[in-house]
Design a protein around this ligand. Structure first.
Ligand SMILES: CC(C)(COP(=O)(O)OP(=O)(O)OC[C@H]1O[C@@H](n2cnc3c(N)ncnc32)[C@H](O)[C@@H]1OP(=O)(O)O)[C@@H](O)C(=O)NCCC(=O)NCCS
Length: 106
């Protein structure tokens, strides 16, 4: 399953794994009172720098279709929608949006 890493910043954390040229974001959570201050953006950019240095080219993630704040966040950071998995989540039922970002253009 590769290496599993967690980055913490005051108010939030991101967890991801990577193996060879590919990484997956496993979770991202910012405390309610700390939101809309750029903490998630900073965590994601720090993660991207770390992954680039470790030879990773692609980052993948999945998010609930109804999770508009997270979709907006990742779209702002240039993640692209590559697939939709219908009915992927249960309780509550939702589709999964699969997103990808290329971080190494060489
Ligand atoms: C989604 C989440 C990670 C965003 O964290 P954050 O630190 O508030 O994000 P940032 O401050 O870096 O926001 C960057 C951009 O994302 C978008 N965004 C973030 N929250 C948003 C919201 N509630 N509504 C609309 N857009 C939002 C905006 O474009 C924002 O830029 P702006 O503030 O200049 O408009 C946070 O709300 C959260 O932890 N949510 C609950 C957990 C979750 O859903 N995790 C992801 C699934 S695993």
């Amino acid at each position: 399953m590769g290496k599993k890493i967690r980055f913490n910043k005051l108010g939030g954390e991101i967890e991801f794994s990577y193996i060879f040229e590919s990484a997956d974001i496993l979770s991202l959570e910012i405390q309610n009172k700390c939101r809309r201050q750029g903490i998630a953006t900073t965590l994601i950019l720090n993660m991207e720098n770390f992954l680039k240095k470790n030879g990773v080219s692609f980052i993948f993630l999945e998010v609930r279709k109804n999770n508009m704040p997270t979709l907006k966040l990742y779209q702002k950071l240039n993640f692209k929608i590559i697939a939709i998995r219908k009915g992927y989540y249960s309780s509550p039922k939702d589709d999964a949006i699969i997103m990808k970002k290329n971080i190494n253009f060489i």
